[in-house]
Design a binder for this molecule. Structure first.
Ligand SMILES: O=C(O)CCC(=O)C(=O)O
Ligand SMILES: [Fe+2]
Length: 342
């Protein structure tokens, strides 16, 4: 079904819409219509008036800068393990394991719902500052709350029947308790020489339900607008102040038999990075560990569409946790060589 044409086909929408999320309160049905339209087309949309405090976001970026500025010896005290919690060093992750030999030119720090109150890792990330540690938890929960409203939009737009939970359908598969697999990730792409054709993070789709991304100052993110046309041009996803960028990830694509799009994206070198670092924060909203990747009850997906979506069959036999672990294992080097300069 892949088409090798390198031009943008007329049925491929290359713009990433900005949706005013205050509409969710005043007119949730209209808001859901915008959210669903973007999710079915490019799979990415910006939310403005998203309700997460800009002051808190600024504090999180300050904390991130301060953390990554420390010597590698300190950061390496809390290395990431198979639980996907802790520090990931430069080049130790390959977001595109099939085509990216060097490894991504970024470092990151991951926190899980359950690790929010613990000394390791959040205490490590906040360098022993208990107030900051508390705020990181608050921030994570704020993003999780926001994601619930976005998921309500999905359920409204998909017309999930009341008998299956209606607009609250996703709440039962995405809890904020010990089964949660959502992950908060601070990313740092250090200043470095490079050229605009070199990827800092390889092309990939995200693994879970959806991702909330906050970028700061320096652009670099690009998205590929179509899954069915292989070589369509990459479209920049610029930094738009005071917005959160949302993208659909693999689980939602599978649960909707491909109706919602988990779109390929990557981070490219930007010339401003010659003497400045790029920072971003991603919150991966994932379904609970034991959830099966069952189709969502919606009249928008016909039996015929389900029968055609054979590409998802293999993953359907996995739980959300199994699928996540399979993707993480393919992309991580758990015993990397540490570069003294990082
Ligand atoms: O840093 C970014 O802008 C994007 C990162 C990303 O796509 C990811 O970590 O999955
Ligand atoms: Fe991503």
């Amino acid at each position: 079904m892949l088409n090798d044409d390198t031009t943008t086909p007329s049925d491929v929408n290359t713009s990433i819409p900005v949706i005013d999320f205050s509409l969710f309160k005043s007119d949730p049905v209209e808001c859901a219509r915008h959210v669903l339209e973007a999710s079915q087309n490019i799979g990415f949309f910006y939310l403005k008036n998203h309700g997460v405090s800009q002051d808190l976001i600024a504090e999180m970026f300050d904390a991130s800068e301060s953390y990554f500025n420390q010597p590698i010896k300190i950061k390496a005290q809390c290395m990431v393990g198979t639980d996907n919690v802790g520090y990931t060093s430069m080049k130790s992750e390959k977001l595109n394991p099939d085509n990216h030999e060097v490894g991504d030119l970024k470092e990151a720090f991951q926190i899980h719902r359950l690790s929010v109150d613990e000394k390791d890792p959040v205490g490590h990330f906040s360098q022993g500052d208990e107030e900051l540690q508390f705020k990181v938890g608050q921030f994570f929960q704020g993003l999780d709350n926001m994601s619930r409203k976005v998921m309500e939009c999905f359920a409204i737009g998909l017309q999930v029947p009341e008998s299956a939970g209606g607009r609250h359908y996703f709440n039962k598969t995405h809890t904020w308790d010990e089964n949660s697999q959502s992950t908060l990730r601070f990313l740092h792409y250090p200043s470095q020489p490079g050229d605009p054709h070199s990827p800092l993070a390889g092309s990939h789709t995200d693994y879970g339900s959806m991702t909330l991304l906050i970028q700061k100052d320096i652009p670099g993110l690009e998205v590929q607008a179509s899954r069915t046309h292989k070589n369509v041009p990459w479209v920049p996803a610029p930094v738009i102040p005071n917005t959160i960028l949302v993208n659909i990830a693999d689980h939602l694509q599978m649960w909707t038999n491909g109706l919602l799009k988990s779109t390929m994206h990557r981070v490219m070198y930007n010339l401003q990075q010659k003497n400045r670092s790029r920072y971003s924060i991603a919150c991966f909203i994932n379904a609970d560990i034991d959830m099966k990747l069952d189709p969502i009850p919606t009249p928008l997906i016909t039996q015929e569409m389900r029968a055609e979506a054979t590409e998802f069959e293999e993953a359907r036999n996995m739980t959300a946790g199994e699928y996540l672990n399979w993707r993480l294992k393919r992309s991580y080097d758990y015993a990397p060589q540490l570069d003294e300069d990082s």
